[in-house]
Design a protein around this ligand. Structure first.
Ligand code: NAP
Length: 314
């Protein structure tokens, strides 16, 4: 069978990718984990993780990911940084174009996760870094004793709103419906927090700014049509996520939201290409489900490579 640079290349250094790396390298497969920017994925911008078993009282996302990374390297996993531009399926081998260089492997595990979705309101892009942010843990401390807003009604918006009350004088949580999507425990904390006011049934119509940056927003009530102006210096957008799958859109089948179509076995339609974690069609997006996926993907990659080698020896 053809020689390749690696047995397995994993794309993405979040919980799914690092777990796949741990399992694949422990199975004695020559494994490389490629990350575009920062190892740890979304967890690096997460505050307290309260639902990762084994840590009563919770653990900070970045600390958990540092432990994941240290552990993932214990059995010989290689880590490198680079952006995968393209995967070419040659049948028994795969070629990856990484920042204009090529590498080959037998199996690829795509664990590229998701990135925050933009709100899509005029002026948003120009105000990033001048009041608009997508990461409360990164930028929250810049907004001490000033009013801010969080947009969205999911777990991320609720967690960010709660976290930001540490700094801001007031947090307006803007949600387009009359019921939060976030889990009940977070909803209860939101309602009990005196610093948080929820603008129900509301959307951001426009942003107001001056030379210093964001100074306010115009809200529109979806039910009454009424508009109101809210003064603020920061707006944290938490309106969901988009999968990082553009680079394989011409190779693999994606659903209408861009997630890789794959079952719980992490297999895709192409033998030797697997998808793990938030970037694939999953019913739950949690560290625990990403970890499960990473383990399954590595074991499925091992089985696939065993079968390739068996066939080559025949
Ligand atoms: P999400 O669950 O998809 O929630 C997105 C929120 O943004 C929804 O409330 C949605 O409103 C709102 N929204 C979407 N587009 C909008 C727009 N254009 N304008 C205004 N509002 C808009 O996304 P997420 O909160 O980022 O969470 C992503 C996944 O990670 C979820 O599965 C979540 O459970 C998980 N997560 C888990 C935890 C945890 O377990 N601790 C923490 C964070 C995230 P509607 O409700 O009306 O659709």
């Amino acid at each position: 069978m053809s020689n390749t640079d690696y047995d397995v290349v994993i794309i993405g250094g979040g919980p799914a990718g690092m777990t796949a790396g741990l399992y694949a390298s422990r199975a004695n497969l020559k494994t490389l984990l490629l990350e575009k920017m920062i190892m740890g994925g979304q967890m690096m911008t997460t505050t307290l993780v309260e639902n990762w078993p084994g840590y009563p009282g919770g653990i900070e996302g970045p600390e958990l990911m540092m432990r994941f990374q240290e552990h993932s390297l214990e059995f010989g996993l290689e880590n490198d940084y680079g952006t995968v531009e393209k995967i070419i399926d040659n049948g028994d081998t795969k070629t990856l174009i990484v920042d204009d260089k090529e590498m080959t492997c037998k199996a690829v595990i795509i664990a590229t996760g998701v990135i925050p979705r933009k709100l899509g309101v005029e002026g948003e892009a120009a105000l990033v870094g001048k009041g608009v942010s997508y990461c409360a843990t990164c930028d929250g401390a810049f907004f001490r004793d000033v009013p801010i807003a969080v947009i969205g009604g999911g777990d991320t918006a609720a967690e960010e709103a709660l976290y930001l009350t540490r700094f801001a004088s007031k947090v307006t949580l803007v949600h387009r419906r009359d019921k939060l999507r976030a889990t009940k425990i977070l909803q209860d904390r939101i309602m009990a927090n005196e610093k948080i006011e929820v603008a129900w049934d509301s959307v951001v119509d426009s942003l107001i700014s001056d030379n210093s940056g964001l100074t306010g927003m115009m809200l529109r009530n979806m039910k009454t049509g009424e508009t109101s102006q809210v003064e603020l210096q920061g707006m944290f957008v938490a309106v969901g996520v988009t999968p990082t799958t553009g680079f394989i859109a011409d190779l693999l089948e994606l659903n209408e939201d861009g997630y890789i179509k794959s079952g719980e076995d992490t297999l895709t339609a192409i033998p030797g290409i697997l998808a793990a974690g938030d970037c694939r069609t999953t019913i739950l997006k949690q560290v625990s489900t990403a970890v499960g996926d990473g383990a399954v993907a590595a074991i499925m990659a091992e089985k696939y490579i065993d079968e390739l080698e068996f066939q080559a020896k025949k």
